[in-house]
Design a protein around this ligand. Structure first.
Ligand code: NDP
Length: 489
């Protein structure tokens, strides 16, 4: 079978003689089970889908690079941030959170902003959102929270009662839901939104000094959002609007970029800072910790194959490189486990060796076997440690995680701060203008108007009242209800 032209084969490489007509007994059939090419096609087709992500199912991805523009080496020994001008290839996946794989892009929802840096010291994943905070601050609440965002167990419909029941009983969500119902709840495109690491992370420098860090990717395209009416229309007419926009922009060489900035808190400040720096429902006000530029991320290459690159991309907040570590943030701590675990279920124990996930630096360990071990599985090399083979991979003590002093009892305890109000208050009163406030109130009322479960609206109005009495009164007026009487002046 030589020659220039490609010939069709089965998965095992045998040439296929007929790909249009199945083998039948006689002209009219029935079809014969000996048509192994037909059997293979149908069987493989049945297995084309991997389980969709429970959250962030609908996404779009792109390749690009990150370039350091400011020297931050006194704060971190991370090699990919070590010198101005250093470039690192990266891949990003944007997503919505609550909808399924085929759901509309232009819904009100946070957007995932997951970046994989292929550094010379392994992959560093920054798995953030387009919001600087999150709805909850302890991972133990996450499955319940997501159940309220997905479908009702009986009706299989989205369930506003569940959403507002949970939020009204979880006042730590107030900050995030204020952002979500603001104009930024529906970005114009993936290119026109900021990204945030959201959690606090730790940077460690060459001298072993630690700094707490918040990441901010500021869009160089400017923040732009969609009007609700336009978004609703697009959700029907072009549910893949954001996916299409990103692909077309890159295909047209209109490469989107973001400037990465960080807030830097010396480790000692964390003890007495006015907010718990590990509470992911809080930001660090810029006046306390100003933004420091780090570099620029440019997206300049579309995926060749959506499934191989975007669907199989596996990000984990637990993918660190030397010089970047976790903080004690209880939400982050849960995510350190949950993400890689989701991928082990979704695409298997060996998902790290798929081309999109494989580190560009050497990967040497003693993990072996498992489904779809396709990269030689370590060949004939030994599979245990410690060992007495000099050429087998050895640990590098200089890369140990930095020590962190802890005290107290092992116990299930809430956060020691119940101020869920001052930061959404700052956003409502000081950051938003009159028009933005009016749209926020309208969006809250539109979303809450479907709530029928007794007591939920009243409880949420009480929460709003603690943010700002004006917010509670204006939402109540739009809902045609009274604010609870004990809140009236
Ligand atoms: P600043 O005035 O310094 O910053 C306000 C921030 O709010 C800016 O980063 C701005 O982003 C961002 N912003 C504007 N509109 C919205 C919106 N609808 N949703 C989310 N963010 C928005 O104030 P502070 O740092 O003192 O923070 C005040 C409040 O601003 C916070 O309580 C928080 O709600 C919000 N915020 C603060 C951030 C922080 O890290 N400090 C980050 C994001 C929001 P941009 O400049 O890109 O337009």
């Amino acid at each position: 079978m030589s020659g220039e032209k490609k010939y069709l084969t089965t998965a095992s490489g045998a040439p296929v003689g007929d790909n249009q007509n199945s083998i039948t007994a006689g002209h009219r059939g029935p079809t014969l089970i000996q048509d192994v090419h037909l059997l293979e096609k149908l069987a493989h087709f049945n297995r084309e889908r991997v389980p969709e992500r429970v959250v962030h199912a609908k996404g779009a991805g792109a390749h690009g690079y990150f370039e350091v523009t400011n020297d931050v080496s006194k704060y971190t020994k991370a090699d990919f941030l070590s010198e101005v001008g250093k470039k690192t290839p990266m891949f990003i996946r944007f997503s919505t959170v609550a909808g399924e794989l085929g759901s509309a892009d232009t819904v009100r929802d946070p957007r995932g902003f997951a970046v994989k840096f292929y550094t010379d010291e392994g992959n560093y994943d920054l798995v953030g959102n387009n919001t600087p905070v999150f709805f909850i601050r302890d991972a133990i609440k996450f499955p319940d929270f997501i159940h309220t965002q997905k479908r009702n167990p009986q009706t299989h419909l989205k369930d506003k009662n569940a959403v507002w029941d949970f939020w009204s009983l979880s006042p730590e969500s107030l900050h995030q839901i204020t952002i979500l119902h603001s104009d930024r709840g529906i970005p114009a495109t993936y290119r026109h939104m900021n990204g945030y690491g959201s959690h606090t992370f730790k940077w460690v420098n060459k001298d072993g000094e630690s700094f707490y860090i918040k990441y901010h990717f500021k869009t160089d395209q400017g923040v732009k959002n969609l009007d609700v009416e336009v978004a609703d229309k697009l959700a029907g007419e072009n549910p893949d609007y954001h996916t299409e926009d990103l692909f077309n922009a890159i295909a047209d060489s209109d490469y989107p970029s973001w400037t990465l900035k960080v807030q830097i808190m010396p480790e000692a400040d964390a003890l007495n800072y006015r907010y718990d720096p590990f509470d992911v429902t809080k930001v660090w006000p810029h006046e306390d910790y100003p933004l420091v530029e780090v570099g620029r991320m440019v997206l300049d290459r579309n995926p060749e194959n959506y499934f191989a690159e975007v669907e199989q991309a596996a990000f984990s907040p637990g993918h660190f490189v030397p010089g970047i570590e976790a903080s004690p943030d209880k939400m982050l701590q849960g995510r350190l486990f949950a993400y890689s675990d989701a991928h082990r279920y979704r695409i298997g124990a060996n998902h790290e060796s798929l081309p999109i996930n494989r580190a560009k630096s050497p990967v040497n360990n003693y993990q072996r076997d498992g489904f779809m071990s396709h990269d030689g599985n370590g060949g004939s090399t030994i599979n245990y440690e410690p060992n007495s083979y000099d050429n087998a991979p050895k640990e590098t003590p200089e890369n140990k995680t930095s020590p962190y002093e802890v005290s107290g009892f092992a116990d299930s305890v809430p956060y020691d701060n119940e101020d869920h109000y001052s930061q959404p208050r700052a956003l409502f009163r000081d950051v938003m203008n009159d028009d933005e406030r009016e749209r926020l109130v309208q969006n809250f009322a539109d979303h809450m108007s479907a709530v029928t479960k007794e007591g939920v609206i009243e409880r949420q109005l009480e929460n709003f009242h603690k943010v700002d009495p004006e917010l509670a009164e204006r939402v109540a007026a739009k809902l045609n209800v009274d604010v609870p009487s004990h809140l009236k002046k």
